[in-house]
Design a protein around this ligand. Sequence first.
Ligand SMILES: [Zn+2]
Length: 361
Amino acid sequence: MGHAYSETPDEDAGWDREEVYKDTQQQRALEAEIRKNKRIAANESATDLEKAEAKAKIWNAQKKLRELTSSKPWLRRDSSREKALELAVQPKGVKLKSSLKAWEGAEFGGTFGGRTVKARRDYAKCGGATIDERTGARFALFNDRNRAGIVKGSNLKGIAEKKQTALLSGLELAMKEMRLPPTALRYISTEDLGGDIARLERRGNSFLLKVDAKQARRLDPDQIEQVAYHEMGHMAAQRLLSEREWESELSSLTAYRNGARYLPQTKASRVVINELIKAKIPARYSSEDGKIRFSDKESEAVSTLRDFSEYAFDGAERGAQDDELIAEGLRYYGVHGPDNNAIADAIYDAIVGGEHDSQRH
Ligand SMILES: [Zn+2]
C-alpha cells in the first residue's frame, strides 16, 4: 500500500534506456536458464550427474540473478518467472563449495537505487554544514530537546562523508516507507560496538542509533544504507510497544539470556505470526529457542528470503531471531517492493500497515 517503488526508469536518476533494456534481457535469459535446468533436474530419465549439474546451474543462475537485480535499481526479481509451471515441486539449486565465499560479501546486499539518489545528493550538497546541521534539517536529531540525559550532540565521527550521506538517506527512506515520525529518532552517533555494525537503543519513547565507525569502513555506501534501513525496521517493531510493554519484554529477554528455559513471545512476533497465518504461511513461535519456525522450509517464500538474508534465519543472538527476521523482512520489502515475497508482505502488513495504528497516534 502506497509503496514508493518506481516501475519506470527515473529520468532524475539518469537511467539509460539502452542499459535498462540490456539488463532486462539478461534477467530474462537467466530466468530461462533456471526454468530449463529445473526441468532437467526433475526429469526422471536424466542421470544423477545430469541432475546434479542442473542443480548447480540453477544455483549459479539464481546467484547471478540476485546480484543483477540487487545492483540494478531498474530491475526487480520476479520469482514467478523462475518457475517451471508444469512441475508440482520446483527443484532447488545446490550451492557448490566454491560459492561459499560470495556469502560473506552478501551481508546487507541490495540497493534502493533511484529512490535514495536525491537524498544522498542533497546531503552531499551541504558540503560546509556540520553533520548536526545537516541531520537537523531533515530529521530533527537535536541536542536541545534531549531529556534522556545525553549531553553530546549527534555525530558521525570517523565515518567517511559518502557513507554518512548513505546512512542518512537510508534512514530517511526507511522512515518514510515505514511511516515513522522522524522525531522518534533523537540521536545518532559513532561508538565502538565491539563487532556489531549498528545498534538501535531505546530510551523511554525515544531511540538512539549507534554506528561502529570501524565496521562502517568495511561496508560500501549501499550496504550502509541497507544497515540503516534494517535498524529502522527494529524501530518500527519496537514502536508497537508502550514503554511499559517494552520494559517487560526486555526483562524476559534478559532472564532468557541468563538461562531461563522459555522466552515469551514478543508483541511484534505475535502480530507477524497472525499475519503469516492469514496469508496461509504456516508458522509458529517456539518459546524454547525464541524463534519463528516455518512449517515449509523449502517453500519459495522461505528460500527467496533466505537467499536475501541468511541472517534473518540464523546468526542472530540468542532470543533475537524473530526480531532479526522482522527487520530483514522489512528490508526485503524495502528493496523489492510489495508482492514479491509473501513473508515480507506479511511482516510489512503486521508491523507497518496493520490494524494497530492507534498505538502510533
Ligand atoms: Zn538487527
